[in-house]
Design a binder for this molecule. Structure first.
Ligand SMILES: C[S@@+](CC[C@H](N)C(=O)[O-])C[C@H]1O[C@@H](n2cnc3c(N)ncnc32)[C@H](O)[C@@H]1O
Length: 272
């Protein structure tokens, strides 16, 4: 599965507006505990996560990890002297450059991962005593308005079914990915908090709505759902008419080793 730089650029403003600020602040507080913090961004794409952290965190050293050389090259160029690129597949957990790091972050990634990967990853985070911040995992909620076709619920159900397919490392957990990682980390002594980071797409976000709708229809079609093309045409007409809105459910996760001073600051953040 590959990710297009144009798609990542299109979604970046919506992602940035959706991120949970309390959890982002919690991650920055965790970074402050280290004299020379190092952040590892897994599946960095063009580096959107680094750009979304404030100036203070951007001054940390960033290890940028992706298997796509073109995306990684852009992320490294954007990070300048503070960034180093690691071209590798996340499937090799032992090869992840986590040694001596302070925080591991990722965005729009946990929903692609299978359970055995999350288990092995949680083991490594626990063994290294690292903080973790995972933003923008799709959680299965998607509501378009106004409704445009009687079959819309089936289309969205097929899309959610497609989320569970193999995205490169085995059958993905899709909408359950972030919640399952939270449980795995709690079982390893982390304090984990989740917060919603939904996309709220308005009629003015027509370009993002269009590409999202095309992706939903493509996935539904691949799952053999009849009516995907009709739904797409109806949805595109509503978008072109300036009357379409959408809410796409995401969650952020911040998990810190129990007993750390930064951990106590996140206990007041509400769960979704
Ligand atoms: C949805 S994109 C998110 C990119 C970026 N984090 C963002 O928020 O814009 C997922 C990223 O994970 C990378 N990725 C997916 N599976 C991977 C794997 N097995 N190994 C390394 N990178 C992977 C893709 O190349 C892509 O850049």
């Amino acid at each position: 599965m590959s990710f297009d730089a144009d798609w990542l650029a299109l979604r970046e403003p919506a992602d940035r507006g959706a991120r949970s600020i309390p959890l982002l602040r919690g991650a920055v507080d965790w970074l402050r505990r280290a004299g020379a913090p190092v952040v590892v961004d897994l599946g960095c794409g063009t580096g959107a996560a680094r750009r979304a952290f404030g100036a203070e965190a951007r001054a940390a050293r960033w290890r940028l990890v992706d298997r796509d050389p073109a995306l990684l090259e852009r992320a490294v160029r954007d990070a300048g002297a503070r960034g180093e690129g690691h071209l590798l597949d996340l499937g090799d957990i032992e090869a992840l450059p986590l040694g001596g790091a302070t925080l591991v972050t990722c965005s729009a990634l946990l929903d692609l991962m299978p359970r055995d990967w999350l288990e092995a990853f949680a083991d490594r985070l626990a063994a290294e005593g690292l903080g973790f911040h995972g933003a923008l995992s799709y959680d299965g909620r998607m509501n378009w308005s106004p409704g445009v076709a009687p079959g819309e619920a089936e289309i969205l159900a097929a899309f959610n079914g497609h989320q569970l397919r193999d995205k490169g490392l085995g059958p993905a957990l899709g909408p359950q990915g972030a919640a399952i990682l939270a449980e795995l980390l709690r079982a390893r002594g982390f304090v984990a908090r989740m917060a919603r980071s939904d996309w709220l797409l308005h009629p003015r976000d027509a370009a993002l709505q269009r590409e999202l709708a095309k992706g939903v229809a493509r996935a539904a079609e691949e799952c053999g759902c009849p009516g995907a093309e009709d739904w797409l045409q109806a949805r595109l007409a509503a978008i072109a008419g300036g009357i379409s809105s959408a809410v796409v459910g995401h969650v952020d996760l911040l998990a810190l080793p129990e007993g750390s001073s930064a951990q106590s600051k996140i206990t007041s953040v509400s769960s979704p």
